[in-house]
Design a binder for this molecule. Sequence first.
Ligand code: APR
Ligand code: ZN
Length: 247
Amino acid sequence: MTVERAAEMLATARHGVALTGAGVSAESGIPTFRGEGGLWTKYDPVKVSSIDSFMADPTSYWRVSKERGSVALAARPNPGHLALARMEAAGHLVAVVTQNTDGLHQDSGSRRVIELHGSGRTVQCLECGTREARAKVQARLEVEMPPRCPICGSIFLKPTVVLFGEPMPVAAINEAYELARQADVMLVVGSSLVVYPAAEVPLVAVRSGARMIVVNAEPTPFDSFAEVVILGRSGEVLPEIASLING
Ligand code: APR
Ligand code: ZN
């Protein structure tokens, strides 16, 4: 019933927009942040993932990032990512706005991906600006903790992701809000919707008249604004919706 309704809404969408969170990558093996087994149930995000803690001691950041990076760099898109890419290719989605930094939407073929929290695939030296592929830095972490800039020797190498206390990428936020304002269907997948301003995106869409679908493993604070709420795993639900849309 609800999957059929979601398929109908997306089949007729002229400006469908998806907002995704860590839950859409869970079935690719990347732990989420909250909920069962989430990263923030093991570590205090302020201590290991804020710009202040990073600048005070990059090692505490890189110890956690080394563990998460080895999983994220090996991860492949799951059927949920692939279904979103199919929906975009068929014109039912115009973009995927994501809080994820793992690059799996791009790997799965999604073409218009707005990364609100940056990309974990690149590392930048905060002193001289040198950029390197995250995979290259990952390879050094066994013998270099914290990793050093190969050009200036700085220990302030940071993945190009938004840490707590850092400003969001303005262009990405503006583009996401513009997409939300024009959206007629807003598909929210795999997010606890507790981190702002990302969590504001679906609210902007609903306030502008969009119909909302939520696909999540557990209830979210925005379920009451949604026309359809599907409790389930995105890797199963999204392919089901995609195949119903395409008949
Ligand atoms: N399918 C669908 N939903 C799932 C699945 C799954 N297989 N597995 C987990 N979930 C749900 C969880 O129930 C949870 O509600 O995905 C949600 C993930 O929530 P978070 O871990 O809070 O991830 P997210 O909402 O993306 O966090 C936002 O917080 O720490 C910051 O920068 C980080 O981008 C992140 C932001
Ligand atoms: Zn440098």
